[in-house]
Ligand binder design. Structure first.
Ligand code: SF4
Length: 539
C-alpha cells in the first residue's frame, strides 16, 4: 500500500503505508499523460482528472493531514498541489494545449477525526481541507490551466459526503459550490443528489453552478434528460439514494446496477419483450413487488388486474416513506401509480381479493404479493407496546422518551426521524450492535446513519433484550443481569414475518401462481423489485 507519507491505513490502522518515492510520483505523472493520450485517441473530448477528492491518492497529496513529505510534492499548499499540477502539465504535453482538462475537486473534506466524518450542521474542527484552503487551491489550479471543476465534498473518512445517501438533502453541495464559483474563472459543475429538476434549474439560472453532473439518477432512469427535455418529469423513475443496487452491489462482488431499475448495466441479458401469448394476469397486493410485476406484465402485453386491499398503492413503502429523508420513496410510489395509469393496469383499490374475485378474472397467472406483518414477541405487558407501523401510519403519536425495541434499519430510521425533532429516543437492540441483522447496508449509508444517530443524541443500548413491559418502564436483560429503564412508550421494530395465507390457499388453483415480495421473503425494495421484474418478464 502506497501513499504520500507513511500514514496508517484507512481500513486497518495496524498497517502503515509505504511512502512513494519522488521518482515513483514522477512516473505516475507520466502515466497520466499516457492514459490521457489513449483517451484522446479513443475519441474522448476531454479529460476529468479524478481526483483531488474523496481521499484518493491525489487528494491525500494535497492535505497536510496525510502529506508529510519534504520533497517537491510536500510542504506548503503549492507544494502539496504539485502532483496534480504536474499531471495537468503532462496531459497538455501529450494531448495538446487545447485539449480540455477539468478536475474533480472536493471543496471540504468533513474529517472530524481519522476514520470519522462530520454530518451536516455539526460543529467540528476540520482536519482535512477546509473551504478557505480549497478556494486558494482552486485559484492555483485554474491559473495553471485546469479548465473546470467538478465539485463535491468529502473524503474516505467521511465517505457518505462523496457518495451521498438519502439522509442528505438534495443539492447539499450547492452552498460550497457557490463559494467556489465566486473565485472561479472556469466552469463549475456539481454532482450529488442533483436530481430535483426544479432545484437544479434554479441553481443554473441563479449562476450558482454552470453544469450539473448526474450519475445515479441516470442509472435509475437512463431517459432522465430526455424526459426533462420533453416535459415528462412525472415519468422519471427516481433514484432513492439507497446505494443498494449500484455501489452496494459492486461491493458485494456484483456489477453496478440499480435497485429500482433491474435492467441497468444488464441490458443485454435482461429487457422486457412483447409476449406472443397474451395472458390474463391477476396481482394481489399493490406494494413494490406487486406494482413492478404489474408494470412488466403490462409492457409485455398481458391483461393485468391488480387488487389492493387499502385505498392507496405502495404497500410497505407507504410507511417506509414517512420519514422526511425518504422523500424519494414517496416519489417512487407516485412513479408506479403513474405507470399503472399509462399502462392501463386495472387497479382495484379498497379491494381484498377473495377466491370469488380471482375466479371472476379467470386468470392464467396470479402473483401474490401480500406483504409481511410486524413480529410481536410474547412477553409480559406486550399489550402496552405499539409497533413502528402504528407510529408511521399516524395511528399512534410517538412520545418523548420513547424506547424503540429493535435496532435494525426500521428501528434506527424511526429513531432518527423522531430524534431529529428534538425528542429523547432510545434504541434497545438484542444483538451486540445495531444495524447488524438483515441485509447489510451499503457502507456510506450505514456510517452516515450511525453518525446521525449519535449527532441527534439517540441513546443506543445493544446487547440487551426486552423481557417485560411495565406501566412507565421496561425490564431488559443483558450479560450483566436485569435492569429497569424508565420510558413513556414502547415501540416495536423487531422485524417482519411473511404473510403467505393467500398464497398457500390458492397456489394450486390456477395455471401459474407466484409468491413475490415480502410475502415470499422479507427484504428491501431492491429484493422486491428485482424478483418481481424477473418473474414477470418470464411468464
Ligand atoms: S441503487 Fe439506489 S442509489 Fe443506486 S442508482 Fe439505484 S436507486 Fe439510486
Amino acid at each position: 500500500m502506497i501513499a504520500p507519507s507513511d500514514t496508517t491505513n484507512r481500513w486497518d490502522p495496524s498497517l502503515k503505508h509505504r511512502e512513494l518515492t519522488t521518482a515513483e510520483v514522477e512516473h505516475i505523472v507520466k502515466q497520466f499523460g499516457v492514459s490521457a493520450a489513449i483517451a484522446k485517441k479513443g475519441g474522448f473530448d476531454g479529460i476529468e482528472v479524478h481526483a483531488v477528492h474523496e481521499g484518493y491518492l491525489l487528494d491525500c497529496f494535497t492535505m497536510s493531514l496525510f502529506n508529510k513529505r519534504t520533497d517537491k510534492y510536500g510542504g506548503d499548499l503549492k507544494g502539496r498541489l504539485t502532483f496534480a499540477l504536474e499531471i495537468l502539465e503532462e496531459i497538455k504535453k501529450t494531448c495538446g494545449k487545447d485539449f480540455p482538462v477539468i478536475l474533480r475537486f472536493s471543496i471540504k473534506s468533513y474529517i472530524k477525526e481519522l476514520r470519522r466524518g462530520a454530518v451536516p450542521e455539526e460543529k467540528f474542527e476540520e482536519l482535512g481541507r477546509d473551504v478557505d484552503e480549497a478556494l486558494e487551491a482552486a485559484k492555483i489550479f485554474q491559473e495553471a490551466g485546469y479548465q473546470g471543476f467538478d465539485a463535491d465534498a468529502g473524503s474516505y473518512d467521511s465517505w457518505y459526503w462523496a457518495h451521498p445517501p438519502m439522509y442528505f438533502e438534495k443539492g447539499m453541495y450547492l452552498d460550497l459550490a457557490k463559494k467556489l464559483q465566486a473565485v472561479s474563472t472556469v466552469p463549475v459543475m456539481v454532482a450529488g443528489r442533483m436530481d430535483d429538476p426544479d432545484m437544479t434549474s434554479n441553481a443554473l439560472a441563479e449562476g450558482t453552478i454552470d453544469m450539473i453532473g448526474l450519475g445515479r439518477p441516470i442509472l435509475a432512469d437512463p431517459e432522465y434528460i430526455n424526459k426533462i427535455r420533453n416535459n415528462k418529469i412525472e415519468t422519471i423513475r427516481p433514484c432513492l439514494g439507497c446505494h443498494d443496487g449500484c455501489f452496494g452491489r459492486c461491493l458485494e462482488g456484483g456489477s453496478g446496477s440499480c435497485a429500482v431499475n433491474p435492467e441497468c448495466g444488464r441490458e443485454i441479458i435482461t429487457g422486457i419483450r412483447k409476449s406472443n401469448d397474451i395472458k390474463k394476469v391477476v396481482i394481489i397486493g399493490g406494494g413494490p413487488a406487486g406494482m413492478e410485476a404489474a408494470r412488466v406484465a403490462s409492457i409485455r402485453g398481458h391483461k393485468v388486474t391488480l387488487f389492493e386491499a387499502t385505498d392507496k398503492l405502495g404497500g410497505a413503502l407507504k410507511l417506509g416513506s414517512v420519514p422526511k429523508f425518504k422523500v424519494d420513496d414517496k416519489r417512487l410510489i407516485k412513479w408506479y401509480e403513474h405507470q399503472m395509469q399509462l399502462l392501463n393496469v386495472n387497479v382495484l383499490l379498497n379491494k381484498k381479493a377473495s377466491k370469488k374475485d380471482i375466479d371472476a378474472e379467470n386468470p392464467d397467472v396470479v402473483f401474490v404479493a401480500e406483504g409481511s406483518t410486524a413480529i410481536v414477541p410474547k412477553i409480559e405487558g406486550i399489550k402496552k407496546a405499539v409497533t413502528a407501523e402504528d407510529i408511521l401510519s399516524g395511528k399512534v403519536a410517538m412520545k418523548d422518551n420513547a424506547v424503540i425495541i429493535g435496532g435494525g434499519l426500521v428501528g434506527c430510521e424511526l429513531a432518527l426521524h423522531f430524534a431529529a425533532d428534538g425528542n429523547k429516543t432510545t434504541i434497545i437492540e438484542g444483538l451486540n450492535d445495531i444495524l447488524s441483522s438483515g441485509k447489510p447496508l451499503p457502507p456510506m449509508n450505514e456510517t452516515m446513519l450511525r453518525e446521525l444517530l449519535i449527532f441527534n443524541k439517540v441513546s443506543i443500548n445493544a446487547g440487551r433484550k426486552l423481557s417485560k413491559i411495565k406501566e412507565n418502564s421496561i425490564e431488559i436483560i443483558s450479560n450483566s443481569g436485569t435492569e429497569e429503564m424508565k420510558c413513556t412508550q414502547v415501540v416495536l421494530a423487531i422485524g417482519y414475518r411473511s404473510n403467505n395465507k393467500i398464497y398457500n390457499a390458492i397456489r394450486n388453483e390456477y395455471p401459474e401462481v407466484y409468491n413475490i415480495g415480502d410475502s415470499q421473503n422479507v427484504r428491501n425494495i431492491k429484493g422486491a423489485v428485482w424478483d418481481a421484474y424477473e418473474v414477470a418478464r418470464n411468464i
